[in-house]
Design a protein around this ligand. Structure first.
Ligand code: ADP
Ligand code: MG
Length: 356
C-alpha cells in the first residue's frame, strides 16, 4: 500500500494572503462602493458621481470634488494600513471620519485594476496612478510606475475595473449584474438621502439618464421624495432632532404613518452617519407597526442616530453591517417611545379633523 507523504508547511505568498484578506473585506461591488463613497465624504466632497458597468463588475467609477490626494501620497495610498485618519490606537475611540483602518483602497487594488486621478487645490495639474496589489504599476509595459501629470478637476476620480478578476470563486458567488447594480443604486440612494448638502448621481455607463440624482440644496425630505416618490414622502412623520442627554445620544427620524404600508419594511438606518443594520432596531420597528398596519403591511423608516463614538464598537470588521452599541436596550426603547408618540399624535389629529 502506498503512503502519501505528509505535506510540509509552507508560508503563503504575501500577494495570496492579501488577496484572501481583500476578498473578505470586499464582498461585492456595492460594498466596495460604500467604502469609496465614505472616502469621498471624508474628503469633504459636495458632489459625488458614480458610474457602473455590468453591475460594477466591469467598471466602478466614482468622482468627487473633495480635497484630493497629494502627489507624494499616491505611492502608498493603496497599501494596507495607510491612512490619513488615524495615527495612534487611542484615536480609534474618538474617530469621527468613516474610514480609519486604511484597508479599503488596498483591498480593492488586490481584487481589481484600480486607477486614481486626483488634484488638490494647490496643485497646478492632476496626477494619475495605476495600481495592482497595493502598489503603483506602469500603466503600459515600458512606462514608469510614477504618477503621471494630467488634466483634471479638483477632487478625486477612482476607477476599479474587472472586480474579482483574480478571485473566480468570489465572482461566481455573485448574482446577476442587474442585481449587483440594484445594490449599487441602493447604497448611493441611502447616502444621497442622508447627506443633504451633497449632490449624488448614479448611472450605468453610457446611459444618458441617472438612476439617482440629488442636488446640493435638497433637504432630507426633498431627497426622500426624489428617490422614493411623493406617495411615500407625503405620508412621513418627522420627529425633528431629539437629544437624550442621559443616554448620550441624538436622533432624527421620518416614519410612515398608519395609512401607509408597503410589502417589506424599508429601513434606512444611520448610526454616526454610517449606513448600518441593527436587528434590535428592526425588531422594535416591526413590533410598533404590527398592530397598526393591515396584515402583510410594513412601514418605511429613515432613522439617524448619533451616539458618542466611544459607545459604538468601531473596531469591528469594515463589512460588518450589523452593529451593537452601549445601552442598546435603553436607546432602542427611547426610540420606540418617539415612534409611538409620532404615530399617536398623527392618529389623534386625524380623529380631530374627521370629527370637525
Ligand atoms: P481609510 O479611509 O481607512 O483611511 P482607505 O483605504 O479607504 O483608508 O483610504 C486611504 C487614504 O486614502 C485615506 O486615509 C485618504 O487619505 C485617502 N483617500 C482615499 N479616498 C480619497 C478621496 N476620495 N479623496 C481624498 N483622499 C482619499
Ligand atoms: Mg476609507
Amino acid at each position: 500500500m502506498s503512503v502519501t507523504p505528509l505535506p510540509s508547511i509552507k508560508r503563503l505568498d504575501p500577494t495570496v494572503v492579501n488577496r484572501i484578506a481583500a476578498g473578505e473585506i470586499i464582498h461585492r461591488p456595492a460594498n466596495a462602493l460604500k467604502e469609496l463613497i465614505e472616502n469621498s465624504l471624508d474628503a469633504g466632497a459636495t458632489q459625488i458621481q458614480v458610474v457602473a458597468k455590468e453591475g460594477g463588475l466591469k467598471l466602478l467609477q466614482i468622482q468627487d470634488n473633495g480635497h484630493g490626494i497629494k502627489k507624494d501620497d499616491l505611492a502608498i495610498v493603496c497599501e494596507r494600513f495607510t491612512t490619513s485618519k488615524l495615527k495612534k490606537f487611542e484615536d480609534l475611540s474618538k474617530i469621527a471620519t468613516y474610514g480609519f483602518r486604511g484597508e479599503a483602497l488596498a483591498s480593492i487594488s488586490h481584487v481589481a485594476h484600480v486607477s486614481i486621478t486626483t488634484k488638490t487645490k494647490d496643485s497646478k495639474c492632476a496626477f494619475r496612478g495605476t495600481y495592482a496589489d497595493g502598489k503603483l504599476i506602469p500603466p503600459r509595459s515600458g512606462q514608469s510606475a510614477d504618477p503621471k501629470p494630467c488634466a483634471g478637476n479638483d477632487g478625486t476620480l477612482i476607477t476599479a475595473e474587472d472586480l474579482f478578476y483574480n478571485v473566480p470563486t468570489r465572482k461566481k458567488a455573485l448574482r446577476s449584474p442587474s442585481d449587483e447594480y440594484n445594490r449599487i443604486v441602493d447604497v448611493v440612494s441611502r447616502y444621497a438621502i442622508h447627506n443633504s448638502g451633497v449632490s449624488f448621481s448614479c448611472k450605468r455607463q453610457g446611459s444618458l439618464s441617472a438612476d439617482v440624482q440629488t442636488t446640493t440644496t435638497a433637504t432630507i425630505i426633498d431627497n426622500l421624495r426624489q428617490i422614493h416618490g411623493s406617495s411615500v414622502s407625503s405620508e412621513l412623520l418627522c420627529s425633528g432632532e431629539r437629544s437624550f442627554d442621559s443616554l448620550d445620544f441624538k436622533m432624527n427620524t421620518y416614519i410612515s404613518n398608519a395609512n401607509y404600508s408597503m410589502k417589506r419594511t424599508t429601513l434606512l438606518l444611520f448610526i454616526n452617519n454610517r449606513s448600518v443594520d441593527s436587528q434590535a432596531i428592526k425588531r422594535m420597528i416591526e413590533n410598533v407597526y404590527s398592530d397598526l398596519l393591515p396584515k402583510g403591511g410594513h412601514p418605511f423608516v429613515y432613522l439617524s442616530i448619533e451616539i458618542k463614538p466611544e459607545n459604538v464598537d468601531v473596531n469591528v470588521h469594515p463589512t460588518k453591517q450589523e452593529v451593537h452599541f452601549l445601552n442598546e436596550e435603553w436607546i432602542v426603547n427611547s426610540i420606540k417611545d418617539v415612534f409611538q408618540e409620532l404615530l399617536e399624535n398623527a392618529n389623534s389629529s386625524r380623529t380631530y379633523y374627521t370629527q370637525s
